[in-house]
Write a protein that binds this ligand. Structure first.
Ligand code: NDP
Length: 511
């Protein structure tokens, strides 16, 4: 449903001039070496909202050198866990104090609704607190069982300089799934946000300085994947890359990192099924299916973009989904009532539209939406439901990253699981049934990093997140999140006189 904005006021008025930003390198705000700049229009409103220094390869080199110095010479990498935790907690608190400023920035650059943006920023602040708690509990292991003459210690050391590359769909939340955990481990970093949404990452840079983070520990480069991201991956002084984005670029990251064999952590795409059995709480499933696919306009790696519905209820349930989807309020993301905002840019809009057209050509039926909608010049797309999709169609296989639900049907639990697994992705899945056996057996067999039973897309800092198959490498969050940014060192300590002489004990040795 397109919003009727008469009588509603935006939470802020649109900016009259774009906010200007510089790069953060070695604790100093600076222009790019070649003085280039780029800008960003709000995709929902068509006005200029950001004007950024545009980093190039020389700036990437300077930022990496600063991070390297800060790591090798400290003090950050040598601080006590409690001291690092104190800084991270201060950052979390500072973000909470400025939620509205962060949220409005995200709305203007990304097009997402303000209500959702506020919740994301609050959730991100919580991640800084959680990382602070892990900074104090990070520890290795000890082996006191190797004999009287040997003590074995397993040490966790910060891995070093980490390149963090983030996308545009959840700019601050995804950054906060990475950066505080890298910092908790004692690493130093170079961060490159998507050029579509750099604002909140740059704003964080100011807060990090106010919180007392030493110079060079976090360097922030607004700029393009090529050349900045590429340099951040290839550079020999970088020890690890943490990337979230498309599976295609994720593979390019692995290739680019091969020459220097650095550790790579990847959070990539998904084609996530929501499996609804006839015995489910159908009202709950209905709400979650509509939320799961239209949340963030479907620009979400976790998007529940495939509805797998048991044949006996397929027609009634699909009709109910369509009815409910009609009620989703699409429009100006600066209104409190909006639930779905703008698509991030014209290229993404065209890509989504292309998938919808191709699905029709392939024989699927568009039963709802598929068209551009108002208000104004914003890139708003109607919530879309595509029925009669078969598993081999592109719309059932590829990440559309838009508000588009594909409906597929099954008869038996075995068929449901087979369909669920029939993509190259394996990020997440939802299973809806009141039968515990069906639920748990399906959850065990589905190839996905997260399976929700009778729920969808909730997340907690305590629970690891990441993908099977081509959805990624490694996990974020959870109690091992900080360990991901460490190297393991084995320390073997011999105690007392040598006991394992290789060439026999020398005669002169009396003990
Ligand atoms: P990308 O995967 O291209 O971009 C993610 C980040 O990687 C951005 O910061 C980007 O910079 C950077 N990047 C791009 N190319 C390189 C490179 N060669 N080396 C290093 N860094 C690079 O996502 P897009 O923004 O282009 O979106 C394209 C598609 O990706 C979407 O349609 C969607 O399907 C999918 N996507 C998936 C996401 C997910 O979480 N699973 C998130 C975002 C997108 P720059 O901004 O300059 O491109």
């Amino acid at each position: 449903m397109t919003l009727d904005i008469s009588g509603q006021t935006r939470v802020v008025s649109l900016p009259e001039a774009p906010r200007t930003w510089q790069l953060l390198i070695d604790g100093k705000w600076t222009e790019a070496a070649d003085r280039r700049r780029f800008d960003r229009q709000s995709p929902a409103h068509g006005v200029l909202v950001g004007d950024y220094a545009q980093a190039g390869a020389a700036d990437a080199d300077a930022a990496i050198a600063a991070a390297r110095r800060a790591f090798d010479h400290g003090p950050w990498s040598h601080l006590k866990g409690a001291e690092r935790a104190a800084v991270l907690r201060r950052v979390g608190e500072a973000v909470r104090n400025r939620i509205e400023e962060f949220a409005v920035l995200e709305v203007l650059e990304s097009g997402k609704p303000i209500v959702q943006a506020r919740a994301e920023i609050a959730g991100a602040a919580d991640l800084w607190d959680y990382a602070a708690s892990l900074a104090r509990t990070l520890h290795g292991d000890s082996y006191n069982t190797l004999g009287d003459d040997m003590l074995g210690l397993v040490l966790r050391e910060p891995i070093g300089v980490v390149s963090i590359i983030t996308p545009w769909n959840f700019p601050f939340l995804i950054l906060s799934q990475k950066l505080p955990f890298a910092l908790a481990a004692g690493c130093t970093t170079v961060v490159k946000p998507s050029e579509l949404t750099p604002g909140t990452t740059l704003l964080l840079g100011q807060l990090l300085q106010e919180a007392g983070l030493p110079d060079g520990v976090v360097n922030i480069l607004a700029g393009y994947g090529n050349p900045v991201g590429q340099r951040m991956i290839e550079h020999p002084d970088v020890d690890m890359v943490s990337f979230t984005g498309s599976t295609g670029v994720g593979k390019a990251v692995v290739r680019a990192s091969a020459e220097t064999l650095k550790k790579v952590s990847l959070e990539l795409g998904g084609k996530n099924p929501q499996i609804v059995f006839a015995d489910a709480d159908l009202e709950a499933a209905l709400d979650a299916v509509v939320f799961g696919v239209y949340f963030n306009a479907g620009e979400c790696c976790n998007s529940g973009s495939r509805l797998l519905i048991q044949k006996s209820i397929a027609e009634d349930f699909t009709a109910a989904v369509i009815e409910r989807a009609r009620k989703v309020l699409v429009g100006d993301p600066l209104l409190e009532t909006t639930r779905v905002g703008s698509i991030v840019n014209q290229a993404q809009f065209d890509k989504i539209r292309g998938y919808i057209d191709d699905a029709s050509t392939a024989g699927a039926v568009v039963r709802l939406g598929g068209r551009r909608t108002g208000p104004g010049s914003g890139l708003f797309l109607e919530p879309t439901v595509i029925d009669r999709v078969s598993a081999n169609m592109a719309i059932a296989q590829e990440e559309v990253f838009g508000p588009v639900l594909s409906v597929l049907t099954f008869d038996t639990p075995d068929e449901a699981v087979e369909l669920a697994n029939k993509t190259l992705f394996g990020l997440s899945a939802g299973v809806w049934t009141r039968d515990m056996d069906t639920a748990v057996q399906a959850a065990r067999r589905i190839q996905a990093g997260t399976v929700w039973l009778n729920s969808f897309m909730d997340g907690y800092p305590e629970l690891p997140f990441g993908g099977f198959k081509q959805s990624g490498l490694g996990r974020e969050l959870g109690r091992f999140a900080v360990e991901d940014y460490t190297e393991t060192k084995t320390l073997q300590m011999h105690l007392g006189p040598r006991t394992n002489w290789w060439l026999g004990k020398p005669a002169a040795t009396t003990t």
